[in-house]
Design a protein around this ligand. Sequence first.
Ligand code: ADP
Ligand code: MG
Length: 330
Amino acid sequence: MSAEFNLIKQYFTRNTTQTDLGVGDDAALIKISAGHQLAVSSDMSVEGTHFFQNAAPYDIGWKSLAVNISDMAAMGARPKWATLSISLPEINADWLSAFSAGFFACANAFNIDLIGGDTTRGSLNISVTILGEVVTGKALTRSAAQSGDDIWVSGHLGHAAIGLAHLQQKIALDDKSREIALSALHQPQPRVSVGLALRDIANSCIDISDGLLADLSHILKASSFHLDRMDLVKSDLMGATLVLENIPCFAILKNQLQESSIQRAILTGGDDYELCFTAATKQREAIAAVAASLNVSLTRIGETNATGKLTVQFAQQNLNMTTLGYDHFA
Ligand code: ADP
Ligand code: MG
């Protein structure tokens, strides 16, 4: 048996539960449930860009799959299958077992089968493709926000950014905060059940990977245009107003909201993988019911409008977006 074959068998072949033919042949075979569309998304994780060279391999395994699952959550899709293409500088058994343990811990937590991939030698680079199912016509897209929608987020923002700042020795944290911040950074928990529950409630949705302002602006931009025949036509340019005090974050941040570094962590910090979604105001009770039934906090942080501008209010004043390091999309 070749080393590559052995490696695939040992580290990347596990029993599957919803797959007709998994790892081992030239292609995998899967069946899509009736009345569903296939949702497909890929994300690459590159050493030095997405994780530090000395990052724990377990965390790299967990996170490389989790960030892909998060894209399914944002679509209101149920993730079911993944492929893993990996290039490795060397065959390091300790590294591979820890990576594999983290990857499959995440796969098991979200009921995903690893059904194939590719393995080559090269600098460390991990590319995952995730496949999921969404009820036909029910996907949550970025482009259907309506002016006057409430803007909501799940969970808390800024945890991962604070964890990163802590690793870079920019801020000190007490034990409990450090644990929360580092686990948000290293082992994000994608909001699959929230995305599924929002399918008939939200108008638009995105997962927050690049920071709230950047990702919300994707919704605003995508919802400002519509397809007329084959041409993109500008409708009213969509804008939004957020209220900083209403954005859920660490208690330790709440009383330092006047600090621009704290504002940046909350508004532009990436890697949180929470959902940001918009919904009509008449959906408030339904959203509260989703939050209660899933035991997840869902918080209203602002509203969309037809101004074409994204503004953030703090102490009833508009924050200066440029000092936040935020490039307005317009
Ligand atoms: P081929 O030469 O046909 O591309 P490979 O030797 O690359 O086959 O892969 C053999 C089998 O192992 C295929 O089913 C492939 O999908 C699977 N595979 C390869 N690398 C991985 C990996 N990192 N994770 C999961 N499955 C993998
Ligand atoms: Mg191959």
